[in-house]
Design a protein around this ligand. Sequence first.
Ligand code: SAM
Length: 185
Amino acid sequence: MTELFPVIATYLLAIILSLVVISLSVSLVTTLSNGEAPFVRSKKKTVDLLVQIIELSPQSRVYELGSGDGRILSSLHSKEPRAEYWGVEKNYWPALLFWIRKNIEKRDTVNLKKSDLFDVDLTKATHVIIYLLTKETARLLPKLEKELPVNSVVYSIDFPFPEEQKEPESVHRSPAGQTIYVYRF
Ligand SMILES: C[S@@+](CC[C@H](N)C(=O)[O-])C[C@H]1O[C@@H](n2cnc3c(N)ncnc32)[C@H](O)[C@@H]1O
């Protein structure tokens, strides 16, 4: 009987790995077919550039819509730990990574909302960060215009709003080849 254990364990591991791969593939196909950005992390040098250009105070309330594994909010928290940070993420894997990172790094003022970004109230945001695809970025603009307080700032990585609808206040190229578009609302 005991010699069967390695065989059973191998089968169980293979089943678990297959389920993980299937669930990741299904989630990727659903995400892309909805025009939503898949989980691709911003490059380290782009995060460094964002940390450099963003102006934060203890009163800041920063939302990252589609926050992935939370590396951006972690870096911003190191810059201004007294501000309040909200990651919004609808997919399980990046949300789980975000939660693990937040707890390992003990980032008390970094919070996660496991939600669709279109369902989140942005009326108290001072800063919004996005790294989404063209279609979703454009779809988000009316919500930002309706809800964001005057003088709040939006940072969009690589995907600008349609030029005829919103002009960037400034544009920053990162050494990693990514671009940060800065918009004032
Ligand atoms: C390109 S990744 C960027 C991740 C992170 N912001 C970064 O820069 O490293 C886009 C993220 O947005 C999430 N996302 C896309 N559409 C979303 C939606 N409607 N609501 C919540 N999250 C969304 C995806 O699951 C993914 O984690």
